[in-house]
Design a protein around this ligand. Structure first.
Ligand SMILES: C[S@@+](CC[C@H](N)C(=O)[O-])C[C@H]1O[C@@H](n2cnc3c(N)ncnc32)[C@H](O)[C@@H]1O
Length: 278
């Protein structure tokens, strides 16, 4: 897969040389290139922004500079002209929230370009123009309902979420299946709590069942914990489950944990629901 990230702060993307993403780059699984948007400016001051039409606070990123940059990256030598071959991703708080399903879908794409905005964002005609180009699919995405200073953090998040799904990046692909937000069959829940040695730490014992060596019981315990935790922290995810995927034991756990279509404590409230013995 090829990913290009364009930013006025390319150094911000340095962490993409580290850890699994950095390794994937070195091993040729991921061809990731970071570009300085100012390389495509033509004036002495390397200007990328200007005052907003209609007035108001802040500056807006100029469409002509972005257009030159993106046209260059979309040249036939670096990109396929097949319909939708390139996905142009524009981080913005007004985009659709990024999900694991998006990451899975993007991991199957040939080429991604991430356009990191700054100031008040990128002139809206950039997204409009490239959405009309047959070889490009445009997606404006948000990390969440808050405002960051720039799109670089969103680019880091997106690259990490997508790259770890590429074959060969995560050592044991099985570990991707049981994770929170997995779209695999039986998924869609938050992950169960996890434990390791020592068996007792500061008076807190890891659940006995996990040390029992009984695979069936461990699997059931983990499923129960995932259901309980999701019902408590993210009842919206339970409500969105395909009810046909729930067995009798699942339903019993949900009833016992008080799930009745949304009656729960504050989101993120920690109750230690996973810490005690089964
Ligand atoms: C200060 S923000 C602009 C906010 C914009 N004026 C608004 O209110 O929607 C500058 C840049 O940060 C990035 N950004 C800020 N918040 C974001 C979020 N929640 N998700 C993704 N990108 C975000 C985008 O690239 C955006 O163009």
């Amino acid at each position: 897969m090829r990913i290009d990230v364009v930013s006025i702060f390319p150094d911000y993307l340095a962490p993409l040389e580290l850890s699994l993403v950095g390794k994937a780059r070195r091993e040729g699984i991921l061809d990731l290139q970071v570009h300085d948007l100012r390389a495509w400016t033509t004036d002495r001051h390397r200007t990328v922004d200007d005052t907003p039409f209609g007035g108001g606070a802040g500056m807006v990123m100029r469409p002509d500079v972005w257009g030159t940059a993106l046209d260059h990256l979309l040249e036939p030598s670096t990109s396929s002209a097949a319909p939708g071959a390139t996905t142009l991703l524009i981080p913005t708080p007004s985009g659709a929230p990024l999900t694991q399903q998006d990451a899975e879908e993007l991991a199957g794409r040939e080429r991604l370009i991430i356009a990191c905005g700054r100031y008040e964002g990128i002139d809206a005609r950039v997204a409009e123009h490239y959405a009309q180009r047959p070889e490009v699919t445009v997606r404006e995405f948000s990390l969440g309902d808050y405002v960051l200073n720039g799109g670089e953090v969103a680019a880091l998040v997106l690259v990490e979420a997508v790259a770890r799904l590429l074959p060969g990046v995560v050592g044991n692909p099985a570990s991707l299946v049981e994770e929170s937000h997995s779209t695999a069959p039986g998924g869609g829940l938050l992950e169960y709590p996890v434990y390791t040695k020592p068996a007792t730490w500061r008076g807190l014992a890891a659940p006995d069942v996990l040390l029992s060596g009984h695979h069936g019981k461990v699997a059931r315990w983990r499923r129960d914990q995932a259901l309980r935790r999701t019902a408590q922290r993210r009842p919206d995810l339970i409500a969105g489950l395909d009810q046909a995927t729930l067995d009798e034991a699942d339903r019993a756990v949900l009833t016992e944990s008080g799930w009745s279509g949304g009656r729960h404590g504050a989101v993120g409230e920690t109750t230690g629901e996973g810490g005690g013995p089964p």
